[in-house]
Design a binder for this molecule. Sequence first.
Ligand code: MN
Length: 349
Amino acid sequence: MNRRELFTVAAALPLAGAATAAEPRTYKRIACEEAWITPAILAESRKLAKAAGRMTFENGMTEGPYIPLLLDLGESRLAGMDAAGIDIQLLLLTSPGIQHLDDQTAVALAAASNDALAQAVRAHPQRFAGLAAVAPQDPKAAVRELERSVRTLGLKGAVINSHTRGAYLDEARFWPILEAAEALDVPIYIHPRDPAPALDGAEIPGITVGWGFSVETGTHALRLILAGVFDRFPRLRIVLGHLGETIPFMLERIDNRYRFEQRLFSLPKLKQAPGDYFRQNFFITSSGMNVEGPMTAAIKAMGPDRVLFAADYPFEDQAAAVRDAEAVPMTPAARAAFFEGNARRVFRL
Ligand code: MN
């Protein structure tokens, strides 16, 4: 046992119990939704914030204690991971990525950020992996950038921060991006952002993140299912954070009321029930939700091979995320799958 493992086990001891503490850890911990930003994107967001007169979620985070942490892909990030007992961070451009920028800027900064991300992964291949930023503003460019990022840069999929100017990926003009992800055999991680205008009312100051983000992104996921995306792209993999943005807790009601509305209004039929697609095409991470009750329920709803660990660094305390997740009762096999195996399979790490 090296010093880091000893520290980790000691940190987990009071909650995880003697059985865990007695054995050295046999799995790596991969955290799957860890945020970063580039100076160029931050500068663009600051221009928008200045024009708006204040920082907003719509225009991205531009100030506060998280900024230096987001900018660092080097030693201090690695030191924090070591102290928390996290072996690998899967890096995602922080929300809203480049989706709040004009088309040309978004396309250029997506490519530049992917180059920078690939460079960080090359510098620390045992510690970092990354998802590509793509600009849905320009679907053709997004497809080209996804292909370049996966084939040339070695990135593991794409992150899309929910809506783009109020539009969701269920609109046919975005389907080439979904088609490309399926063809490349890489997942798309749909991460939250401020609610779209269509969800006016979901953004409540104080719980915009805690509630509005999940309403936004959960709605996005269900729109994909109901649009027949997974009948058209049956091998497409979508990843959601925050234990699936409340959907795993609603599957039975979603399915039985889906059948009710279909009969009542003679709606067109999907090949399967919405919940079937959610269990077949979706994976969820525990970002910001490393809490025993919901995690146990989510694993029961989705199966132990569909729930992955994430901390949501730097917005959550990653050491606490590890400690809290380790305290959730799981079999040794389920724990290894949660922390390592599922991420390796879903992201081909
Ligand atoms: Mn996040």
